[in-house]
Design a protein around this ligand. Structure first.
Ligand code: ZN
Length: 330
């Protein structure tokens, strides 16, 4: 009887201690609503990612790149590896543009046999890498012609394909300079991509009489002026295929673990595949924190890029350098 009584008292005490601990955790959690902190789909929480791409090894590519640089825009130039303007391409790389593979000799990947397809894709990449001393990670099919076999070969040698996302349901929209003669169709495609939060690929070839269905420089500048208005509003992230596609991949591959201990918050990015992205120099990812929360937090981790938007802060880190952000709750 005596033992049963003390056992009962012990259970009662344990119950009350557990209750008060749970209440304490609850109070701490309510300091910051962790649900409001999310991984951004695009850099600096942009609504869409726009990629300029220009195909074939056109002599005018260097002039196109110089026009883009006046706007601070970067582009991906998909070159035919058997026909490289090496000096021009090295200058374009130095100015931030990307050089991608467009096969070794611009063959139709739909009609070629599997060994030819493999050779054209692999030799294109190797030739570009040897001539330009870069890692070539992006690919675009000549004429958009492909088969499941050629797509497998593309991803065997490259991280990204301009025409396809690695992830089902991740939509890409396309518009080509050969398809429009005033800026309105381009703006319509852009508004559509903003609404969908998807990628818009703007395709071209050469300029001013050079290459397949070339655009005029005057019209090219008109389109860039219109796009610049949108980029100024922080809604559009204009970048290269490799940067935009890596962001898209990481958004699907990475999960965010949020832990709160006393007044310290730790965000851990899980699922980064170091080996997969070994050929890229950086692997940036961002989280958004609404103003209402950011006022309570101070970042304790170095080398985080912080961008202030009207209603939120965006914290960007390079997953190659670190996979945690630690914050103090003030
Ligand atoms: Zn082509």
């Amino acid at each position: 009887m005596n033992r049963k009584f003390w056992l009962f008292i012990l259970i009662l005490i344990t119950f009350f201690i557990a209750q008060s601990c749970l209440r304490k955790v609850d109070e701490e959690t309510s300091l910051v609503d962790l649900e409001l902190i999310k991984i951004c789909k695009w850099k600096d929480n942009a609504s869409t990612c726009v990629m300029f791409t220009f195909d074939d090894s056109n002599k005018s590519s260097i002039n196109i790149s110089k026009v883009l640089e006046k706007y601070n825009f970067k582009s991906t130039f998909f070159v035919i590896a058997s026909d490289l303007y090496t000096k021009d391409l090295k200058e374009m790389i130095a100015n931030g543009h990307e050089i991608g593979n467009h096969t070794y000799s611009h063959i139709n990947l739909k009609t070629a046999d599997s060994s030819k397809v493999d050779f054209e894709i692999r030799m294109g990449k190797e030739t570009i890498e040897n001539a330009l001393k870069i890692k070539c990670v992006s690919f675009a099919e000549p004429g958009g012609q492909k088969t499941p076999m050629s797509t497998r070969a593309v991803f065997r040698y490259h991280l990204f394909d301009r025409n396809y996302s690695e992830f089902q349901g991740a939509k890409r929209n396309f518009i080509s300079y050969s398809d429009f003669t005033n800026v309105e169709p381009l703006m319509k495609s852009l508004r559509n991509a903003i609404n969908e939060g998807s990628i818009l690929v703007i395709e071209g070839h050469g300029m001013d009489g050079d290459g397949y269905m070339p655009m005029s420089k005057v019209f090219f500048i008109q389109t860039l002026d219109s796009l610049k208005k949108y980029t100024n509003n922080e809604q559009v992230w204009l970048t290269t295929v490799k940067e935009g596609s890596q962001y898209e991949n990481l958004y699907h591959e990475i999960s965010l673990e949020k832990k709160q201990l006393n007044n310290t918050l730790t965000f851990t990015f899980k699922g980064y595949n170091k080996e997969k992205y070994k050929d890229l120099l950086v692997s940036p990812i961002s989280i958004e924190i609404p103003n209402i929360l950011s006022e309570k937090l101070s970042c304790l981790t170095d080398s985080i890029q912080i961008t202030k938007l009207t209603d939120k802060f965006v914290f960007t880190l390079d997953l190659k350098r670190n996979t945690n952000i630690v914050m103090k709750i003030n």
